[in-house]
Each structure stands twice: as structure tokens, then as C-alpha cells.
Design a protein around this ligand. Structure first.
Ligand code: ADP
Length: 394
């Protein structure tokens, strides 16, 4: 059975087409610059890659081209081959704790929650509308990035601010990367063949978040009301003292939105190093003795270790730590820096294992008190699995 997993942005649409019998990706790709005079698409399939420039005035045009190409390339025999479409949705507010079939009400809710994700939720609705127009009879499912974090207690998700901010305006921790953390949790369940474990899942990409998981459920997570909170990231600051905002507003004559933009796009690794948001560049500069790069790297490692230690005590111990996403999967230098700082928790690493990159690998030694794994994340597969599960159980 074929399921397509979709991540629609305001001018782009990423897709992965899965054969769910063996969960293999039979085609994937991206449509870019939708709505511009000239756009382009890239489709990868059976070890090949095609790229073409053409205009897609709307998302519906892009979806039409996508399906025509899948037919022409004989990746599908007819549109009927596609049995379900799963859409990644960044924000499901406090309402959605799991994936659901997309109904008119679900679309209204995605629209309503755009106040929390103004760039993403409206774009997801464009993607949904496009598939509804082209494949009106195919079941569609919404997979929310926030859903996994809905199991947090009030104590975890509330901020110590006037309660009325939560009651009247929905100010609380929602978290993000939930689909990635849920995928990692399901992998650990398969590894340990049980559900009662304490896991700290570290999604370290350009954006990053750390989640504490007990018995398969999220107990706490580092991102907050928005993805600006938590650890230091490529261009985002993570947690800071909010009093900095009005202070710098006055110094630089900027408004609050402009300062938030600085915190989102000019901070983190890029902000401190004044060089790059990319950890590969930072590590290279560290090796060349660039002091600001070393500072940025050290601060990044410190913030990750801060959160892991915090969650270790919150969970009252930890069975498994998983590192995932761009840095977690590929950067053995940063992995070692982080894990060496966890020696006091009984973490012991096999350095030769740590040299393996881009793949599943167990980093910890047999006598380590905590098992440490690198597990490549796969949000697209999680989206396809949820879509299939809902269709099967209908
Ligand atoms: P995003 O949050 O945009 O999905 P990614 O998960 O792709 O980001 O992570 C991007 C980060 O991962 C960058 O800092 C980059 O340096 C790092 N990274 C990606 N690939 C590699 C690699 N092969 N070796 C080292 N670092 C890598």
C-alpha cells in the first residue's frame, strides 16, 4: 500500500512516497518557489534524480505536476495507488494529542492555531487544499508536531507567570519536534522490547530540542511556547532572560518583533561565533583555534548538557540517551564533547563506535550506566505510519 507524506511550506512542498509493505521510500523530493514566476522540482527515485524548472502558480499546480510525474516515471500506475496522504502540521494547540483524519473542523482548528505558528499552519492548509483538489477521495491525516508533548503535566507546561495569560491567551509550553521524538521513542521500544523505560531524546539539528520521556510519554521538553526556547541552536538563542528584550530594544531603537527576529535568526552558533550557524563550519574553526567559534561550541555543548542533566533528575535516572538529527547523527566531535561531560552520570563511550556517522550506532560501552545510541530520525516515516494506522483502523 502506498502512502505519501507531505510537508507543505508557504512556497514549497516536500514529499516522500512510501511503499508501506516494507516501509521503503519509493520516491521523494521537493517543489520550490511555488507562486513565483519560475519554480523548480526535484524528484528522487530508484537511485535517480530529476530536476526541472517550471512555474507552479499554486500548490494545487505543484501537486498536479507531482502526480503526473509519478505516473510518467511509472512510480505509480494510477492515482488510485495512493491510499493515503499524511500532512505534517506544526501546531495543534492544546487540542490534538494524536494524529487525526482531516475534516472541516480539523482544518478550522489548524487555521485557529496559526496564532502560534503564523508561518507554518497557513502553509499546511494550502497543502491540504491542494491534495483535496487533486485527490478528493483519498483519506488525509494531520500529524501534529506538538501532539507528542500533550502528555506533559500542568506543572511542566505552565510558566510561572500570571495564570490568566494561560487561561485567556493560551500561554504555555507546547514544544516542537514531537514527531521526531515520538519516532525515536518507538525505535527505543523496538530495541529494548519493552515500554517501561526512561529516555532522553536529543534532536540536535539546526533547530534543536531535548525531551524527557517516561514509559513512552513526554514528561517535559526544552522548546516552549515557541521553538525559540530551550537549548542554543544554529541561529536561535534558546532560553534567555526576557528583560534583555526591552533593554536592547531601547539601545538599538528596534521594536519587539525585530528583537525576536534577532533571537531567531542572528543568535545561537551564528550569533556567538559571528561566523556560521553550521556546526561543520564551527568545528573546523575550532580546530583552527578561532576563539569565538570555540566559545560558541562550548556554549552549545553546555546548554545540551544542562538539559540532559535536568531531565536525568526529573526522570529520577535514565536508561537511554539518543542523539539524532544533523548534529546528533553526523558530528562525532560534538557528540564526544557532550557525552564526556556526562561521565559523572556513569556514561561511558566507545570512541571507535563514535567515529561511525550517519547511521544507527550504539555509542556506549557494555559497562556504561546509560545506553547511548545514535538513531537517524525519520519524521516522514512516522507521518506515513500514522496515516496507515488510521486508515487500517477505520
Ligand atoms: P534542520 O534543523 O534544518 O533539519 P539538520 O537536522 O539538517 O537541520 O541539521 C543541521 C546541522 O547538522 C548543521 O549544524 C550541520 O553542521 C550538521 N550536519 C549535517 N550533516 C553533517 C555532517 N555530515 N557532518 C557534520 N555535521 C553535519
Amino acid at each position: 500500500m502506498k502512502i505519501i507524506s507531505i510537508n507543505a511550506g508557504s512556497s514549497s512542498l516536500k514529499f516522500s512516497l512510501f511503499e508501506m509493505n516494507d516501509e521503503s521510500v519509493i520516491a521523494s523530493g521537493i517543489f520550490e518557489r511555488i507562486g513565483n514566476e519560475i519554480g523548480s522540482y526535484t524528484i528522487k527515485y530508484s537511485g535517480q534524480k530529476i530536476t526541472q524548472e517550471m512555474a507552479f502558480p499554486t500548490h494545487t499546480d505543484a501537486v498536479n505536476v507531482l502526480l503526473e510525474k509519478l505516473l510518467a516515471l511509472e512510480i505509480i500506475r494510477s492515482y488510485d495507488d495512493i491510499k493515503g496522504v499524511g500532512h505534517r502540521i506544526v501546531h495543534g494547540g492544546s487540542k490534538y494529542s494524536e494524529s487525526v483524519f482531516i475534516t472541516d473542523q480539523v482544518m478550522k482548528d489548524i487555521e485557529e492555531f496559526k496564532v502560534f505558528a503564523p508561518l507554518h499552519n497557513p502553509a499546511h492548509l494550502l497543502g491540504i487544499a491542494a491534495f483535496k483538489a487533486v485527490l478528493p477521495d483519498v483519506p488525509m491525516v494531520a500529524i501534529f508536531d506538538t501532539a507528542f508533548h500533550q502528555t506533559m503535566s500542568e506543572e511542566a507546561y505552565l510558566y510561572p507567570v500570571p495564570y490568566s495569560w494561560y487561561r485567556d491567551y493560551g500561554v504555555r509550553k507546547y514544544g516542537a519536534h514531537g514527531t521526531s521524538h515520538r519516532y525515536i521513542t518507538s525505535c527505543v521500544k523496538d530495541l529494548l522490547k519493552k515500554e517501561d523505560f526512561k529516555l532522553i531524546s536529543c534532536h540536535l539539528g539546526n533547530g534543536g530540542s531535548i525531551t524527557a520521556i517516561k514509559n513512552m510519554k513526554c514528561v517535559d521538553t526544552s522548546m516552549g511556547f515557541t521553538p525559540l526556547a530551550g537549548i542554543m541552536m544554529g541561529t536561535r538563542s534558546g532560553d534567555i532572560d526576557p528583560s534583555i528584550i526591552p533593554y536592547v530594544m531601547e539601545k538599538e531603537g528596534k521594536n519587539a518583533g525585530e528583537i525576536i527576529d534577532d533571537l531567531n535568526t542572528h543568535s545561537g552558533l551564528l550569533g556567538l561565533s559571528e561566523y556560521s550557524n553550521d556546526m561543520r563550519d564551527i568545528v573546523k574553526q575550532c580546530e583552527e583555534g578561532n576563539k569565538k567559534a570555540i566559545l560558541a561550541k562550548n556554549k552549545f555543548v553546555r546548554r545540551v548538557v544542562d538539559y540532559i542533566s535536568q531531565y536525568y533528575t526529573l526522570l529520577e535516572g535514565c536508561d537511554v540517551i539518543v542523539l539524532t538529527a544533523g548534529v546528533g547523527e553526523n558530528n562525532s566531535y560534538i557528540r564526544k564533547e557532550i557525552l564526556d561531560k556526562l561521565t559523572c552520570l556513569g556514561v561511558k563511550i566507545d570512541d571507535s563506535q563514535n567515529n561511525i556517522c550517519g547511521d544507527f550506532v550504539k555509542l556506549s560501552t557494555e559497562d556504561s550506566k546509560i545506553d547511548v545510541y545514535v538513531i537517524p530520525t525519520d519524521e516522514e516515516l512516522m507521518i506515513a505510519r500514522d496515516t496507515l494506522n488510521l486508515i487500517k483502523n477505520r
